[in-house]
Design a protein around this ligand. Structure first.
Ligand SMILES: Nc1ncnc2c1ncn2[C@@H]1O[C@H](COP(=O)(O)OP(=O)(O)OP(=O)(O)O)[C@@H](O)[C@H]1O
Ligand SMILES: [Mg+2]
Length: 536
């Protein structure tokens, strides 16, 4: 008997599912891409329990005839390409003919579709087995319902994360697709709560505003640059508004969202020295180039592409961003006076090597110590905040003029569920209207503190699940707050402030590291210095 056998279709589908269907968000991505390929003008997505129990995608696109609907569930069945040449420059999201059978092999699956609003077909399937085909009455378009994802693949199911994490991934996937097609309306409801609801928009910036609010949209500069066969359009954030966390970074190639850290890095290179080290500007970039200059068939979930001229593409992207920043970019200081360039300042000279700044209590140490002011303050704040969270809270300042700030639905959820912790560090917040909240009191950890910015970054952390590695919720919150509230690397401190900071740092329980595990102090002992200067 031959040792080799061709795999049964169910097995082959499950293997394909392993590549294409990683989590609920991947199902949403495939189904929404199909809806866009079908020419939908409005796409509605509903999930329950982060998509683990239910995902439903409805569209008003072309729909399918019964014959097509039955074929759609077969492997390598696609209406989008016919022969290899079609792969070059393929303009639809899909072309592999794998998504639907792969999803149907690892979930309970139901397809309802009508090409004309008169005849309609319902097909159920589950774990690779097909149920009976039935008539159904519905409008033109297609609805796919996916229940009990991974019910028959326990190993996969085990890798699913908490509901909030899976929901976040779905929001992200749909947000990205909504950016590619401002002309299409998208809604997402999660357990009956609306997380995304964007009407058809006139253009990209309007879509950005609908998705993330005016606060982000107003910090974006348009990018538009053409070189040879490559066109780069989109948005780059004003340097002054770049932040170390919570940035949006998206790249689209020929309308397809892709993950490409190199392109984002090339775009960041366009900022040269206009941003502080560590700040990451938001970037939304649409690259257009001829179909034969890029291979889209290199990743099972189509998350990557291969450029024929990678370096050219990166160069032009950097150039496009540089041009978008225009005079701003040219006028920015190149680390003048060391104020923006470095993160530290000397706290002590060396006995015997000239003047001494007496910052360390009890006289200068024998050597040089360099303190990272941000890390040091972060450590000090973290320990203070942990005490405050355990006790009554921090002294807060009542604001004469309450602040307002805008947040996304996910961020509003995070505010709601952290309201008491926020109060204890000094933020008294109330919902105002829509996405806006009012801030009545704010903490005041240092004179240069920016209450709004800190709150925005903190809430972005909480909503984005950052500091996820931290043992418990309280620590996570305190770490994030400390990081966002601490004085920044480039801020100039008075000698007295430096003294106070170092004094408080040395009084901390864990003075040597900040909450990210980076050192707060770097020391160069006296004998090492002497050795380097050839004195010993
Ligand atoms: N929402 C929809 N509306 C109309 N037709 C659809 C829809 N979803 C799927 N189809 C049809 O079913 C076929 C199979 O879909 P499937 O997602 O499995 O493959 P594909 O989109 O062709 O390729 P890929 O696997 O790369 O996504 C599609 O080619 C399309 O003809
Ligand atoms: Mg598809």
């Amino acid at each position: 008997m031959a040792k080799i056998a061709v795999l049964a279709p169910q097995v082959a589908d499950q293997i394909a599912a392993g590549e294409v269907v990683e989590r609920p968000a991947s199902v949403v991505k495939e189904l929404v891409e199909n809806a866009l390929d079908a020419g939908a003008g409005a796409i509605r997505v509903a999930i329950e329990n982060g998509g683990k129990t239910l995902i439903r995608v409805s569209d008003d696109g072309a729909g399918m005839s019964r014959e097509d609907a039955e074929l759609a569930l077969a492997r390598h069945a696609t209406s989008k390409i016919r022969d290899p040449a079609d792969l070059i420059g393929v303009a639809t999201f899909g072309f592999r003919g794998e998504a639907l059978p792969a999803i149907a092999s690892v979930a309970r699956f139901e397809l309802e579709t009508s090409p004309d609003g008169r005849t309609g077909t319902r097909i159920g399937a589950g774990g690779g087995k097909r149920d009976a085909v039935a008539d159904v009455v519905r409008q033109r378009g297609t609805t796919v319902t996916v229940r009990a994802l991974f019910f028959n693949t326990p190993a996969r199911r085990k890798f699913l994360r908490a509901q909030a994490t899976e929901t976040r991934a779905v929001v992200e996937v749909l947000t990205v697709l909504a950016l590619t097609r401002p002309d299409v309306a998208f809604t997402l409801t999660s357990d009956d709560r609306a997380l995304i609801d964007v009407p058809p928009a006139a253009g990209q910036i309007e879509r950005v505003r609908a998705l993330w609010g005016a606060e982000l949209a107003d910090t974006l500069l348009p990018v538009a640059h053409c070189e040879g066969p490559l066109e780069v359009r989109g948005f780059a954030q004003r340097p002054a508004q770049a932040r170390p966390a919570g940035r949006k970074g998206y790249v689209f190639v020929r309308g397809r969202p892709i993950r490409d850290p190199f392109i984002l890095r090339a775009a960041e290179a366009g900022y040269r020295s206009t941003i502080a080290p560590g700040d990451r500007p938001s970037l939304i970039l649409f690259l257009d180039l001829p179909g034969d200059a890029v291979d889209v068939n290199v990743h099972p979930a189509k998350l990557e592409v291969r450029f024929r001229e990678k370096f050219f593409v990166e160069k032009v992207v950097g150039e496009a961003v540089r041009l978008a920043l225009g005079p701003l970019g040219a006028a920015a200081p190149l680390g003048v006076g060391g104020e923006t360039a470095g993160a530290g300042f000397p706290v002590s000279g060396v006995g015997g090597f000239g003047s001494t700044l007496e910052i360390f209590p009890g006289g200068p140490p024998t050597g040089v110590a360099i303190v990272d002011q941000h890390s040091a303050h972060e450590r000090v704040l973290y320990e203070t905040v942990m005490r405050q969270l355990a006790g009554d809270g921090a002294p807060a300042q009542r604001l004469l003029l309450p602040l307002t700030a805008e947040f996304t639905p996910l961020e509003l959820d995070a505010i709601e569920s952290h309201r008491e912790l926020l109060r204890r560090v000094g933020y008294e917040i109330e919902p105002f209207s829509g996405r806006t909240v009012v801030v009545h009191t704010a903490p005041n950890p240092h004179p240069r503190f920016d209450a709004t910015r800190c709150l925005q970054e903190l809430v972005a952390d909480l909503a984005g699940g950052r500091f996820g590695g931290w043992a418990n919720r309280l620590e996570r919150f305190a770490a994030s707050f400390a990081c966002r509230a601490a004085i920044k690397a480039g801020q100039r401190l008075e000698l007295e402030e430096m003294r106070e900071l170092v004094g408080r740092l040395l009084g901390a329980t864990l003075p040597a590291h900040d909450v990210h595990g980076r050192p707060t102090i770097v020391q160069l002992p006296k004998d090492e210095l002497e050795r380097r200067f050839g004195r010993s």
